[in-house]
Design a protein around this ligand. Sequence first.
Ligand SMILES: *Cc1c(COP(=O)(O)O)cnc(C)c1O
Length: 410
Amino acid sequence: MILPMTKPAATTDRQLSSSDHIALEDRYGAHNYHPLDVVVHRAEGIWVWDVEGRKYMDFLAAYSAVNQGHNHPRIVAAMVEQLDRVALTSRAFRNDQSSLFSQELCELTGFDRMLPMNSGAEAVETAIKAIRKWAYTVKGVPTDQAEILVFNQNFHGRTTTIVGFSSEQQYREGFGPFAPGFTLLPFGDAEAVERAMNPNVAAILVEPIQGEGGIIVPPQGFLRRLRELCDQHNALLVLDEIQSGLGRTGKLFAFEHEAIRPDAVAIGKALSGGLYPISAFLSNDEVMGVFTPGDHGSTYGGNPLAAAVGRAALKVIVDEKLVERSATLGNYAIERLQALDSPHVVEVRGKGLWIGIELNTAARPLCEALQEQGLLCKETHENVIRIAPPLVISREELDWALEKIEAVLR
Ligand SMILES: *Cc1c(COP(=O)(O)O)cnc(C)c1O
């Protein structure tokens, strides 16, 4: 249907300024975020433009959801093409995209099977259900006694079950009562894990590098030790690679840095290149085998639009060698930032293009100063600046940004 052309209303979106939009959102939206006051109107690759046409480099990449760059043309094309055919079937029927998406994702990652969901938190919830059912039906843990070992400063999402085992006071406060069955341990402390092992432990659930925790890299050998402990005690090693996975750390998965294989992994974020919420739980046959029809599901999970987008997003990671780019550019950036002489910097750490600059002062004012200069960074944990640009960034563009960061930190 073609609508008749009418005179634009007094206020179309176009005519509102950034401050108008900020006022509207503050008036009508829930105040569950404290964003930088940049109102994005459009984006392309590593760049975003605000309502007034100011251009910024995106150094956050939507928490690594846009590893492929904003609106990657190949992913957009696949999405538009699929939109013209069919977007949603529900899993009551099959579709000709999720079949291929499952195959391509498993072949790329080396896991036997995948279960598609939408948000990262849902992939983690799927992991928790798989772990528990595996504990009861395969390992033989007594009913409702399964225990999952997790770590301080973890971030696995925002559902009530997940925040129930957060060590972050604010994530929990006011949202209880919480589900039992989780034991918090110090991150990076393999001996504490060894002491916590008992016959009811079904799994260790861990981020290989803690992102929201402040880009915390555990001691070398930690993951390898967790793998050994899981093997000794017949428990599953389940990794949350929702942010660390799909190239961010300079490997397809961060677990490759220690040359181990987990039993299962949760992924999301860059699985769509930022164009659609897509997540997945990947595992071997034994773990995924616990699910029977009716056990678990999602109306939108595995829909043909998501699957077509996911297929294209994975192809871009491979074809544009984003994993290799992250490794090369990441090493370069970390070395350069570590060489910086700044009174504010406590530590520079990370892997690939995923770098945390820990400061002895609040990071927010520095992020605001960088915003003034056209660089969008977001602090994590008060005093850490997180560097995580889209992996399609060029060396010259990275240099431009590093110069700005170095200047602000000096
Ligand atoms: C972002 C993130 C999640 C949650 O993903 P959502 O899509 O926001 O639900 C879970 N785990 C990790 C490590 C993450 O970075």
